[in-house]
Design a protein around this ligand. Structure first.
Ligand code: NAX
Length: 329
């Protein structure tokens, strides 16, 4: 029997967590032979609600779930954590400006970063999902100076999955035929879903799908606006698909990436091979050598269309960083 791994999830009473926790407990995150201790964090006022989620987890009888704890305090919830999935964040309220959201959520990630630094395992892998996830991740990392920076990532996997679906549907091929689809930059409306380097059935995309007009306009907008389209249709934001993406993100980082493949992850841009400014959490095409040891895939080509869009998402991330510079000193 393997040693228990401690997995902490924040925002445990929220809707993404309601899908995510059950999949983690089922073994989808770390494998079907890995026993797990789940530690669930939410605001102190949500702890009663969390107890209901705990009852449901207990009632599933998951064989791998050896322990469940709930807390309203990150210093308690992150104690000894091997993985932390930071899903909890404050939603954007009516009339709230982006800078207010950044500042309010930034404070959460200052507190949680400090707690990670003090009590989590030094080899903890941290995934930030709560928005604005790139900049939240930057803040969190900054406040956990004893944890290697490479262990912090933010999620653009849902955007990648959305892009793959759109390309498969347009090319009328099975979804498994679409590969090497990357999201560049920020998880926001400026994100850049890359069709230039995508492959379909092992061939460059433009050999199979000659639809440059659709790709430059409809495709990019579909992916960028998919979150809003889900809210419009469902009356609530993406939850099960976000949980699925978080699982996919961690699995991709933990396993060795098969040759010729890559996945999107927002990671620290320092020393990146694409000339993006240092000091940002920027989504790149990545491979993993296993156990969270990722590397940015070099030498993907940018045409002038892609380059212009990538510079715009970089600019947005620089502006976001500027808006929270008081939290990064
Ligand atoms: P919910 O509002 O359903 O749940 C959020 C939970 O976080 C609530 O239970 C709340 O009490 C808790 N929370 C707030 N502040 C907290 C704190 N300081 N410590 C611990 N818990 C805290 O939101 P949900 O739909 O679950 O979405 C969660 C976050 O994911 C949002 O920020 C959302 O914007 C973001 N998303 C990110 C995605 C991505 O691809 N990176 C996609 C999906 C999603 O939009």
């Amino acid at each position: 029997m393997k040693q228990v791994k401690r997995v902490a999830v924040t925002g445990g009473a929220g809707q993404i967590a309601y899908s995510l926790l059950f999949r983690i407990a089922n073994g989808d995150l770390l494998g079907d032979d890995q026993p797990i201790a789940l530690s669930i964090l939410d605001l102190p006022k949500a702890v009663d609600e969390l107890n209901g989620v705990v009852m449901e987890l207990q009632d599933c009888g998951f064989p791998l779930l050896k322990e469940i704890s709930v807390s309203g305090d990150p210093n308690e919830a992150f104690e000894g954590a091997d993985f932390i999935l930071q899903v909890g964040a404050k939603p954007r309220g009516p009339g709230m400006e982006r800078k207010d959201l950044l500042a309010d959520n930034g404070k959460i990630f200052v507190e949680q970063g400090k707690a990670i630094n003090s009590v989590a395992s030094k080899s903890v892998q941290v995934l930030v999902v709560g928005n604005p996830c790139n900049t939240n991740c930057l803040i969190c990392m900054h406040h956990a100076p004893d944890i290697p920076k490479k262990q912090f990532t933010a999620m653009t996997r849902l955007d990648q999955n959305r892009a793959i679906f759109q390309l498969a549907a347009q090319a009328k091929v099975d979804i498994t035929e679409v590969g090497r689809v990357c999201i560049w930059g920020n998880h926001s409306a400026t994100q850049v879903p890359d069709f230039v380097n995508a492959m379909i059935a092992g061939q460059p995309l433009d050999k199979v799908l000659s639809a440059r007009g659709w790709l430059e306009n409809d495709f990019i907008q579909h992916v960028q606006q998919r979150g809003s389209a889900v809210i419009k249709a469902r009356g609530k934001s993406s939850a099960a698909s976000a949980a699925n993406a978080a699982i996919g993100h961690v699995v991709s980082l933990q396993q060795q990436t098969p040759k010729g493949h890559f996945f999107s992850s927002a990671v620290l841009s320092d020393g990146n091979p694409y000339g993006i400014s240092d000091g940002l959490i920027f989504s790149f095409p990545c491979i993993s050598h296993g156990e969270g040891n990722w590397e940015i895939v070099p030498h993907l080509e940018w045409d002038s269309f892609l380059e212009e869009k990538i510079r715009a998402t970089e600019k947005e991330l620089l502006e976001e960083r500027d808006l929270v510079k008081h939290l990064l000193s």
